[in-house]
Design a binder for this molecule. Sequence first.
Ligand code: NI
Length: 259
Amino acid sequence: MLFDTHAHYDAEQFDPDRHEVLARLPEQGVSLVVNPGCDLATSAAAVELAHRYPFVYAAVGYHPETCAPYRPSDLEQLRAWCRDDKVVAIGEIGLDYYWEENPPREHQKAVLRDHLALAQELDLPVIFHNREAHGDTMDILRQFPRVRGVMHCFSGSVEMARELVKMGWMISFTGVLTYKNARKSVEAAAAVPMERLMIETDSPYMAPVPHRGKRCDSSLVIHTCETLARIRGLTTEECARITLENGCRFFGISAPEIS
Ligand code: NI
């Protein structure tokens, strides 16, 4: 009973076998998946996958790395998708200052503000990507105190995690939590209240140990679950159940029957 709260099955890495990989997930213990989009084309693909697989849900929006083509007129399409029952969040949105060739910071911030305003208008949660942009991220989020979100692939400090929790946010960990150099993530994973934690793969990226470097899919979220369970002194089953319940509550998805 695992909930992979962040995976990109629209990615080209899945072109050879997307449907085989997805069809296998339930028998591998994965009960739910959220697939965020990163621009209009991938958001459309996410919505389509969500319609094809009962256990897949979609989020729609522009990722900071791919937000160059964004125009405010795109909000109409995003708003239309959000009326769909299988669309449960706005995302993947955020700020990414890591790559020099990323869209200009002012454009990223403008795109982000539009998406946060949409989330506020529609009362939908957001899936947030933040890389090397902690200061601007927190400044902008404080301007939208009614928006709830999840900080995906959390890489910040314990202090930042605590501040997000105070703002009503969730913290989510990928396979990075299993890496040897993940000391900061482990500290944050230990400090956040258990009911605010979620787990994810960010497939096809971020495969956990012992699969690091390979293409990731949702079945590997079990390794992140095991690591988080160890950090929190829980059994893997307890950790899987709690993080699934947290994800269902956050995204407004009814929990699947426990079999
Ligand atoms: Ni992602």
